[in-house]
Every structure is written in structure tokens, then in C-alpha cells.
Design a protein around this ligand. Structure first.
Ligand SMILES: [Zn+2]
Length: 352
């Protein structure tokens, strides 16, 4: 018994206790600020990733502003409440992949069609998967010489307004990369193309002492692991794990099993955060694994096991409706997973 108590006391707090969600639209900012204040802060959440994309009134590139975009004042409300609670607020704009969703082209490629990696693939009237083009989401061409000027402008502006010391670049589920028909990328090594883009973004952010965060799926071998084309890579990008800068923080999402992939990242010298979605039992297992990895690691490896981050794939207003019971809350839901995750994190961290 004494040994068991000592074991728990020896546990430490996870460096990253995160929450990731689509940013609220302007009309839901106040409700979201209240949620940060009353629900995230008391659960000791210390990292909030907000998916912005072009949902902000960019001064540097007004042509990219999406409908109903957040104003600077909207963002500052969220900045202030996060400051009050010591929460690290981090904006996300999807880089490389996810430049379209279903039948809708994203803002970057609708304004700058010349950045499209696969201009020959037309957006369908009615999107269905699978389709003959293998169109999941569009990608931009990472070797277009005019691309990064635009991206760096919006990245810098969003990080400035968020007063953030980190940026999340997404980069998950990139299916179109090194397309044979692209005059710049065709025939190139996809792992090198992927790593090249990661490192360009990382180096730009490093100039202002900002950290890059990305999703981890492109760095896992989908064939050998059996994890497939979404959760891992079936297009040979996984060797990029050895080519990217070691200070990129990997957000390792697994929604079906408690895969032990954090060990892969940590042993490659990369820091990693495990991300559950909507299965409470799984989130608990993954949290216990994260504590166990830290406890059983060498001191070199331990600090690479950075913690946990709940991922919410709906927008903020829809999540808040679910969280506050305004719509039917099923056992496997994002809000149930979030509650279970932080109950577990705080149980292990605070038991005396
Ligand atoms: Zn290209």
C-alpha cells in the first residue's frame, strides 16, 4: 500500500494539458471566453490551440478574409482570458494539405489558384469519397516560388495578434504531394518535400522564437504499422521523421486505439503530445500511458513526452451546445472525452 501511494506521489504534472478546437465565429466569442474561464481554467488546461485558417480580418492580406471573420477585438478577448489563467494560446492555419473540404475550395487556393498542387483536378459539384481523382483535400504546391511570402505574412500577423510563442501548421492527411503533373514537384521524394515544408515553416517561426506544432500522421509508416492512409502515411512521407528539425512539437492523434507511437517520436528526438477525440475510455488509457512513458523514461526521453491534448473537430459553438447539454450527449462524444481526459490528468497529477 505504501508503495502504491509513493508511486502516485512520484508522478508529476504533464507539461502540456491541451485543448484544440475550431475558433468561434464572432457571435460566439463571449460564450467561448466564458467557457475558457469557467471550464478550461479550473481543469488546469494550459494550452489552447484555435483553428483559425482565414477566419480573421487579416490586414496584410484582406483578399484572404473568410466571411464572418474575427476582428482584432474578438481575438483580444480570448487573449486576455488566456493570459489571466496562464493558458498558452496558439493559432492554427492549415499548411500544405486541407486546402479544400468536401466540395469547397479553401480561401488560399480560391484567391491564388496558381498555388494549387493539382490544378488539373476540378472541384466536384457533389463531393463523394472515394472518387476517381483521389481527391480528399487539395494541397498547395510547396515549391511555388511566390507561396511563402503570402504564408509568412498571415502566419506572422496571426501570431502577433494572438501574442503567441507557437504556431500550429496542421499538415495532416496530405494526400496530394509531389504530384507527377506538377512541373516543380513531380518526381521528387515525398518525404523530402514534406520535411522541406516543415523546416521552412519552422525556420521562419524560429526567427521570432516561436515553436512549430504539427499533426504527426505523415511521420508514421501506414503500411508497416497497419494504421493506413489517414492516421499514418501511405505515400512515403514517413521518412521525414528523420529530416525535420527536432524542436517541432508533434501532436500525435489516435482515435481508435491507444497506439504506442509517442515512443517512436520521443526516440527520434521529437517532443510529442497524444491527442484523443471522442472515446472517453481511450483518452483515459492514453493518459495513463503518457504518465507511464514519463515515469519509465531516461531523463533525456522523459521531457519529450509532453502531455495530452483534446481535439475537437466541430466548431466551437456546436461543441458548446454539446458540452452544456443543449443537444443529445452520447457516451462517445467530444465533450465526454474532454471531461474524462481532464479528470484522469488531474487525478494522477494531484493525488497526495
Ligand atoms: Zn508542386
Amino acid at each position: 500500500m505504501l508503495a502504491a501511494v509513493w508511486f502516485v506521489q512520484a508522478q508529476d504534472q504533464l507539461p502540456v494539458r491541451g485543448f484544440c478546437i475550431g475558433s468561434p465565429d464572432a457571435s460566439h466569442v463571449d460564450a467561448f471566453v466564458k467557457f475558457i474561464d469557467e471550464e478550461l481554467a479550473p481543469r488546469q488546461v494550459n494550452t489552447l490551440v484555435l483553428r483559425i485558417d482565414y477566419n480573421y480580418q487579416f490586414e496584410s492580406h484582406p483578399e484572404l478574409i473568410d466571411e464572418g471573420a474575427l476582428s482584432k477585438a474578438d481575438v483580444k478577448k480570448m487573449v486576455e482570458v488566456c493570459k489571466k489563467h496562464g493558458i498558452r494560446l496558439i493559432p492554427q492555419i492549415n499548411m500544405l494539405g486541407h486546402q479544400s473540404w468536401a466540395g469547397k475550395l479553401g480561401k488560399l487556393l480560391s484567391v491564388y489558384p496558381q498555388f494549387d498542387e493539382t490544378p488539373g483536378v476540378k472541384m466536384p459539384e457533389k463531393y463523394k469519397w472515394p472518387n476517381d481523382d483521389g481527391l480528399y483535400c487539395k494541397s498547395y504546391c510547396p515549391l511555388n516560388p511566390d507561396l511563402h511570402k503570402v504564408l509568412f505574412d498571415v502566419i506572422d500577423e496571426i501570431c502577433d495578434v494572438f501574442e503567441s510563442d507557437a504556431f500550429h501548421a496542421g499538415m495532416d492527411e496530405v494526400f496530394y504531394l509531389g504530384d507527377d503533373k506538377c512541373p516543380r514537384c513531380g518526381g521528387r521524394d515525398k518525404a523530402e518535400l514534406f520535411a522541406g515544408e516543415v523546416n521552412i515553416l519552422r525556420n521562419h517561426l524560429a526567427l521570432k522564437n516561436r515553436q512549430l506544432m504539427i499533426w504527426g500522421d505523415r511521420l508514421i509508416d501506414g503500411k508497416t504499422t497497419g494504421m493506413g492512409a489517414w492516421e499514418a502515411s501511405m505515400n512515403n512521407t514517413y521518412r521525414a521523421i528523420d529530416l525535420i528539425a527536432k524542436d517541432v512539437l508533434i501532436c500525435d492523434w489516435h482515435y481508435e486505439r491507444a497506439d504506442q507511437t509517442p515512443v517512436l517520436f520521443a526516440m527520434k528526438g521529437l517532443s510529442v503530445v497524444t491527442c484523443p477525440w471522442r472515446k472517453p475510455d481511450l483518452a483515459v488509457k492514453q493518459t495513463q500511458d503518457m504518465f507511464r512513458f514519463r515515469q519509465q523514461a531516461t531523463s533525456e526521453l522523459k521531457e519529450r513526452y509532453q502531455g495530452m491534448m483534446q481535439t475537437v473537430w466541430s466548431g466551437a459553438s456546436s461543441f458548446l451546445d454539446e458540452f452544456y447539454g443543449k443537444k443529445v450527449n452520447e457516451i462517445e462524444s467530444q465533450s465526454a472525452c474532454f471531461k474524462a481526459l481532464f479528470t484522469e490528468i488531474n487525478k494522477v497529477s494531484t493525488v497526495k
